[in-house]
Design a protein around this ligand. Structure first.
Ligand code: HEM
Length: 159
């Protein structure tokens, strides 16, 4: 029995025994992406210079909603994976999605621990460091990439 067989045998029944588990996970996966993408659109567009009426520091108040969405999608995403690991593990859209998810996560950590403290220390209306614009643009591109590839999973590779 290889690792994927073990995952399917051990955790698969959690996702497949009750008929409503998968549809509920799909619905939660959409709630999670709305919370995640909805929040980062406001934060990242501010970093790119839009909505200057909103102080950058104030846009950070949305971060708990973004992180809650990230947790919901990570848990429900793992649920999908353990429910049918053989199908998703070899799916090219899933593989690229996971790569973008990791890079987007590292970008978020960089922003949270390296850039955000510097931005919080700036006086109101001050010009943001160029790295902030880079982090904002990468975040938008990477998370929308995760979304698009999530949607393409049924259409690419193993379907
Ligand atoms: C955190 C950001 C994430 C976003 C924005 C996201 C977005 C999406 C979207 C839009 C879909 C298509 C849903 C559909 O129409 O059926 C999807 C499906 C999927 N996602 Fe995610 N996802 C995220 C995280 C994850 C993670 C972390 C995993 C795995 C560990 C994952 C695994 C999957 C799988 C396996 C599917 C296909 C489900 C199916 O076959 O219907 N996702 N995702």
């Amino acid at each position: 029995m290889n690792t994927l067989d073990w995952i399917a045998a051990t955790f698969g029944p959690v996702m497949l025994t009750l008929p409503w588990t998968w549809p509920i996970f799909e619905t939660l996966h959409f709630f999670g992406l709305c919370m995640l993408l909805g929040g980062i659109i406001v934060i990242d567009l501010r970093l790119l210079g839009f909505n200057k009426v909103i102080p950058t520091v104030a846009s950070h108040d949305i971060l708990p909603v973004v992180y809650a969405g990230l947790i919901v999608n990570t848990v429900t995403g793992i649920g999908f994976f353990v429910g049918d690991p053989h199908r998703y593990f070899i799916n090219i859209a899933f593989q690229i999605k996971m790569l973008l998810y990791v890079i987007a996560g590292l970008n978020a950590l960089w922003y949270q621990y390296k850039l955000s403290p510097r931005i919080d220390a700036l006086p109101d209306g001050a010009t943001l460091p160029s790295e902030a614009r880079i982090a904002g643009a990468m975040s938008l591109g990477l998370w929308f990439g995760v979304l698009i590839l999530g949607r393409l999973i049924p259409y690419l590779g193993t379907g």
